[in-house]
Design a protein around this ligand. Structure first.
Ligand code: CA
Length: 254
């Protein structure tokens, strides 16, 4: 693990932890008031759609499935890579699917349309459950599937005709159902445990580095490996002398 990766992971973890701490604080304050309304409860959840992998039944140019989880609700079609809409082309029942690596509790799903395209007719299915859900509310610029409140590793939007959506937001806790934390695995339930993991990893790396240095000091390179290196260097240096490159390659088979 490079130092840069560790720093990035630390920053990601810190952000996630700060967000979680803020959320927990809000939750405690609200519970103390003993008056959790639905809108307040919604604040406990965040959009986790970007943690999944999107796919769809078929794709029109520049309308790939992932563009519905790129964080951009721009509904204007652009016939180039700046497009942020996913579009299918199949006839009949079309689907757009989001799959997570682990199971998440899904509280709410919000979908945004391509500009001037209706959102009527979409249904939501959490894979593993029989019943398809209809939108709770449909507005001109978005539609909500409220109170989904199901656990799953995948969900699917279905529509009879071309799917034309600019974004799909999936709201739930960042913590997975089995107790892990999104894609940061076991090192990230808290910032402190994550730092402990970094320290342990750094200690192990230091020990390996020290061991290697000691070995290099104590054990000079074996003569036969020195001879092999010299022989390989001679072959490489003689590359231009080989008119038949097959013979050159064969020279490595010593
Ligand atoms: Ca988008």
């Amino acid at each position: 693990m490079t130092l840069i990766c560790l720093i990035l992971l630390l920053q990601i973890s810190a952000c996630a932890t700060r967000e979680t701490n803020v959320t927990m604080q809000k939750t405690i304050e609200k519970r103390s008031k003993n008056a959790l309304s639905l809108s307040e409860a919604d604040e406990q959840y965040t959009n986790i759609a970007h943690l999944g992998t999107a796919e769809q039944i078929s794709t029109h140019n520049w309308g790939e499935a992932y563009r519905c989880i790129d964080g951009n609700t721009d509904g204007d079609w652009k016939n180039d890579d700046t497009n942020s809409i996913c579009i299918t082309v199949s006839s009949g029942l079309n689907w757009w699917r989001l799959t997570f690596l682990q199971s998440y509790y899904i509280h709410k799903v919000v979908i945004y349309p391509r500009s001037s395209v209706s959102l009527s007719g979409y249904t939501l299915k959490v894979i593993g459950y029989e019943t398809n859900l209809d939108p709770t509310e449909i507005f001109s610029t978005y539609a909500e599937f409220n109170n989904v409140d199901r656990t799953g590793k995948a969900l699917e939007l279905q529509f009879t005709g071309k799917i034309q959506l600019s974004e799909v937001e999936v709201y739930g806790p960042l913590q997975t159902v089995d107790g892990g934390w999104s894609d940061y695995n076991d090192c990230n339930p808290t910032l402190w445990k994550f730092i402990d993991c970094l320290r342990a990893e750094q200690s192990l790396t230091d020990a390996r580095h020290t061991k290697r240095l000691l070995r290099e000091r104590r054990e000079p390179r074996a003569p036969k490996w020195v001879r092999y290196d010299e022989q390989l260097q001679r072959i490489v240096d003689a590359y231009d002398d080989y008119s038949n490159k097959m013979d050159y390659l064969k020279a490595f088979i010593i």
